[in-house]
Design a protein around this ligand. Structure first.
Ligand code: NDP
Length: 330
């Protein structure tokens, strides 16, 4: 093990842009499991942390990065031993807990899951929080029971982004007819290869519409929020459900209760950060069983090193990243 190693560090509240730093093991938090971080991923939330444009960190200094695929080096927990391959998603990393963008990190055993069987570390991080959140959403829609492979369409908004790409792939693999809403027509071929069968321009959903509109969707995965989510709710069929997990278009929700009280439409909120273990495991099982390696490869736009993350973070916030970028940490 080298004495010092590379990390990305947000130094202080009034200096919130992350930059490269040399850390040593004694700088890391005093937590039970030391992990060598092999791979991570770049999510929208990571873009907000690394650029300092979103107030994600609530403790300083902070190592950002919400996804870890790593190898246990030392463990004071009986649940893990040196050499175990593990993953972690969320759990306050980047907010109050130091996260993935450090060649070594100390974490709590409760945050760790064994690396999902059948997936490489790189694949697990190409999926990362984006895929895991998409899977949480899809499991909620399946539990609601309004989707049908026989008739009706399911909508995915922000389709060419990370959550959107994996929602399209999972829903299509399960046999549903998927409509992808995107503002990037150049991604239609990509989304078709992932499994989308129809497309709408995201502008169709971004302008304020009537409280009740023509019924189009048996269910939806929305990572955009704001007017888009309000329109999606207004276009959902009687008894359908919409999962809301993101705010790429804004955190507001300019909607009425009409779809809920006249069409029994459900709005299901999905959080990945503090999701209970059973839901996490079910989500990763869905990803393991439904995603093909071709779909994962398609959704992986590229791989960057820690030093390239500040630029990649700007790119994801500017909506320039398709699918997911993997981060090679050590
Ligand atoms: P990405 O940046 O990869 O994808 C977001 C997509 O949203 C973009 O690719 C774009 O899709 C669309 N979009 C961006 N800006 C706008 C806009 N102004 N109006 C309409 N659509 C827009 O982000 P992620 O997939 O990583 O995350 C998506 C959202 O989900 C984020 O808000 C993130 O914070 C949230 N999230 C929440 C989680 C939770 O636990 N609840 C977990 C993971 C993510 P296109 O180019 O196709 O139009």
């Amino acid at each position: 093990m080298t004495e010092t190693f590379e990390a990305l560090l947000i130094r202080a509240k009034d200096n919130p842009k992350a930059s490269l730093a040399e850390l040593s093991l004694s700088d890391l938090p005093d937590l039970p499991v030391l992990v060598r971080v092999d791979y991570s991923s770049l999510n929208y939330k990571d873009g907000l942390s690394v650029t300092g444009k979103g107030r994600i960190a609530r403790r300083f200094p902070m190592v950002p990065g919400i996804d870890i695929a790593g190898t246990v080096v030392e463990s004071a927990s009986e649940a893990f031993k040196p050499g175990d391959r593990v993953i972690a998603n969320g759990n306050g990393m980047s907010e109050t807990e130091w996260g993935a963008y450090s060649a070594y990190q100390r974490v709590r055993p409760e945050w760790l899951m064994p690396q999902p069987e059948g997936l490489t570390q790189k694949q697990a991080m190409a999926i990362g929080t984006a895929g895991y959140t998409a899977a949480l959403c899809v499991n909620q829609l399946l539990a609601w029971g309004s989707l049908s492979t026989e008739d009706g369409k399911v909508l995915v908004t922000g389709a060419a982004g990370g959550v959107g790409s994996y929602a399209v792939a999972l829903l299509a693999s399960l046999g549903f007819s998927v409509t992808a809403s995107t503002g990037r027509p150049e991604t239609h071929d990509y989304l078709r290869q992932l499994g989308a069968s129809d497309f709408i321009d995201r502008r169709e959903l971004s302008e304020a519409g009537k409280p009740l509109q023509a019924e189009r969707w048996t269910g939806a995965v929305d990572s955009v929020g704001s007017t888009t989510l309000a329109n999606v709710l207004a276009q959902t069929v009687y008894g359908g459900a919409v999962t809301a997990c993101g705010l790429a278009g804004g955190p507001d929700l300019p909607a009425t209760v009409m779809p809920h009280i006249l069409r029994s439409v459900a709005l299901i909120g999905v959080d990945s950060v503090m999701a209970p273990k059973k839901r996490r495991e079910a989500a990763w099982r869905l990803l393991q069983t439904q995603l093909s390696s071709e779909q994962i490869a398609l959704a992986t736009e590229g791989e960057v090193a820690l030093k390239d993350l500040p630029q990649a973070a700007e790119d994801i916030l500017a909506g320039k990243v398709r699918g997911r970028i993997v981060v090679k940490v050590s």
